[in-house]
Design a protein around this ligand. Structure first.
Ligand SMILES: [Zn+2]
Length: 231
């Protein structure tokens, strides 16, 4: 089967092979054996690196847990990411989130598209701040795609809607705002930050400010920790 894919992880196996975790467009997250990948670069060339979009050909044997990688080519190379430490760190973080949170063998076009958008943004990002904003935005919409979206509009305990000009406190592990009468939460967001994050969680991009990014990242990691056991 031919599909586009992103490389989420590579682990050495035996003397010359690699076991890859791929997020494929058509099959979702799969593991695949790349025979001889460490011995000779002839077969797969330089394609087996993260950050690039790959075009792969996979073979499935009945009863086998692993797919076999028959062919891998660079489809969209993103060498620029490998020249920027903040871009590489942000990409590594997002690929790790999806590797741990995506269910196996379930096509996930939403998270796949999100990662592609993020990697494209990171390869064009001019600063560490831009990388942080891109990662935070990808994280908030990834939560929505996985069904764990944070509710920035109403209290998740009593359902009370926050007024547009109201700041709010958020508990990501519990899924969103916690109003004052329900006990509040530690992370407080200004009304503007809350509105920007709500829009990003609903799919908007290029809205968060560099100051929003650390708070948004903290929320994303707390939510992934609560739902997927990711630390
Ligand atoms: Zn409440």
């Amino acid at each position: 089967m031919a599909t586009e894919a992103l490389l989420l992880r590579r682990v050495e196996y035996g003397e010359s092979d690699l076991v890859l975790t791929l997020l494929t467009l058509r099959l979702g997250k799969v593991s695949a054996l790349a025979r001889g990948a460490r011995k000779s670069s002839k077969r797969f060339g330089s394609a087996l690196e993260p950050m690039h979009t790959l075009a792969v050909e996979l073979d499935e044997r009945p009863g086998a847990e692993l797919f076999t990688l028959l062919e891998a080519k660079l489809h969209v190379p993103r060498a620029a990411i490998l020249r920027s430490l903040p871009a590489m760190e942000a990409a590594g973080k997002a690929l790790g989130w999806v590797r741990r949170a995506a269910p196996p063998r379930t096509p996930e076009p939403g998270p796949y598209g999100l990662l592609i958008t993020l990697l494209d943004r990171l390869s064009a990002a001019a600063s560490a701040e831009a990388c942080g904003v891109a990662l935070a935005e990808a994280g908030l919409s990834l939560l929505t795609e996985l069904g764990w979206g944070i509710d920035f509009e109403r209290c998740v305990r009593c359902g009370r809607q926050a007024l547009p000009q109201q700041s709010g406190s958020v508990d990501a592990a519990r899924g969103g705002l916690i109003c004052r009468s329900c006990g509040g939460a530690r992370l407080r967001l200004s009304a503007d930050a809350r509105r920007r994050m709500a829009a990003v969680a609903a799919g908007a991009t290029e809205l968060l400010t560099p100051d929003d990014a650390p708070d948004a990242l903290r929320l994303v990691e707390a939510a992934l920790g609560a739902h997927a056991g990711i630390e």
